[in-house]
Design a protein around this ligand. Structure first.
Ligand code: NAD
Ligand code: 44H
Length: 373
């Protein structure tokens, strides 16, 4: 069995690679980083070091890599012959890999089984977004694939670029929407198929990622380098717990999770951020702030829904305000964020960046957060 995975970075090697390897797939990594591709092809194996109380070292074998910039035809051929295609390139990059998947589907033998396509990104409906890009101008290819949304959870910090081994936390969860497979889902023992993905993706994004980003933006604003150090500050820990109390209310109300079990889920997320063996930084977790301040992302979507229900949003709005100080060098979106804050009025900023219009119950508080930053 063959899997093609776009994006051989942190989550690509430290999560998808190892899980598909354990499921019996040969994994072809497709990336645009020439040095990384060469390094992967120079190795027969790499090690995933899980750190934490239940960590193990897992050796991954049976892989190769293709540079889709240098050899796009090879990437198309790999897709045409694959059983599964996954990606972890970042939600904004999916449009660039879509033409390769489209051409691969077009080149697929007519008698071949339908290709499973799954985005492994931090976004609601990421595979749906990928599908839109893939079928653009070629609606016929949609019938050659099964597109399934997923929710992925594993903290994989930045890695030493001199090798291809990966250090990850020992925890992971991969929930996959079962419904598109009509009873014929691929066997992936480390994943779990669910009948309704929405509770899983929202619980994950609005707990793990909301809490993580809150830590990162308060930490960055205080001049702190690592996530674990930021959470040593009582006022930052309190801000993170307050943000998660707000999202917890929404998640429990919307999806009917048991409040105590959800409280444990949120507490465990904070415990995971504090993993002393995980060298994770406020700059990585805060990366691409414009994406994170977007309408459907980890602050605005839950805050908007809470405001629509007349519920408290102070802590989420405070985290949104802290994010506005993020100006990490080497992060294009951070530079763009700072430029937008100079160029736009607070009201324009809130509408343009976060998709909240005047008249929405969250509009005034977000606008005030921008004005008083
Ligand atoms: N790292 C984590 O803890 C984690 C956990 C869950 C989900 N995710 C999600 O996974 C995605 C990737 O995150 P990451 O941390 O692995 O990032 P990363 O930067 O380590 O990896 C992304 C990889 O994509 C490659 N890439 C960029 N453009 C490409 C293109 N056109 N074609 C092929 N490859 C391309 C990059 O070269 C890089 O190797 C994001 O959506 C992220 O939110 C990350
Ligand atoms: O990947 P991002 O930029 O959406 O968010 C940064 C981190 O919060 C994220 O990568 C987490 O480590 C991960 O989502 C944990 O499952």
């Amino acid at each position: 069995m063959r899997a093609v995975h776009f994006g051989a970075g942190n989550i690509g090697r430290g999560f998808v690679g190892v899980i598909l390897h354990r499921a019996g797939y040969h994994v072809t990594f497709v990336d645009v980083n020439a040095e990384l591709i060469d390094a992967i092809n120079a190795h027969d194996s790499y090690v995933v070091h899980e750190v934490g109380d239940h960590g193990d070292d897992i050796t991954v074998t049976g892989f190769d890599a293709i540079n889709s910039q240098a050899d796009p035809e090879a990437a198309v051929r790999a897709v045409a012959e694959a059983d599964i295609v996954t990606c972890a390139v970042g939600p904004n990059v999916m449009k660039f890999i879509a033409p390769v998947i489209r051409k691969g589907l077009e080149a697929r033998a007519p008698e071949a089984a339908r290709l499973t396509v799954m985005a492994v990104e931090n976004a609601i409906g990421a595979t749906d977004q990928l599908r839109e890009h893939v079928v653009e101008g070629a609606p016929g290819v949609a019938d050659r694939a099964v597109f399934a949304n997923t929710a992925v959870d594993r903290i994989v910090p930045g890695q030493d670029p001199s090798g291809i081994d990966v250090t990850v936390e020992d925890f992971f969860e991969w929930a996959i929407d079962r419904t598109p497979f009509a009873g014929d889902e691929p066997r992936i023992p480390d994943a779990h198929y669910v009948d309704d993905l929405q509770p899983y993706i929202e619980r994950k994004l609005f707990t793990v990622n909301t809490g993580h980003a809150t830590t990162a933006y308060f930490g960055y604003r205080a001049g702190i380098e690592t996530i674990a150090e930021a959470l040593e500050r009582p006022e930052i820990l309190a801000a993170v717990e307050a943000a998660l109390q707000e999202t917890s209310k929404l998640i429990v109300d919307r999806f009917g999770f048991d409040p105590d079990e959800h409280a444990q889920y949120a507490a465990r997320a904070i415990q995971r951020f504090r993993n002393p063996a995980l060298p994770d930084t406020c700059v990585r977790i805060g990366r691409q702030p414009l994406r994170k301040l977007g309408r459907e992302d980890r602050f605005v979507r839950p805050a908007a829904e809470l405001a629509e229900r007349g519920a408290e949003t102070d802590a989420l709005v405070a985290a949104y305000g802290a994010a506005l100080a993020f100006d990490a060098s080497d992060d294009e979106q951070a530079a763009e964020l700072q430029q937008l804050l100079r160029d736009l009025s607070p009201a324009e900023f809130v509408t343009q960046v976060s998709g909240i219009e005047q008249g929405h119950p969250l509009f005034d508080t977000l606008t005030a957060a921008v004005a008083t930053r």
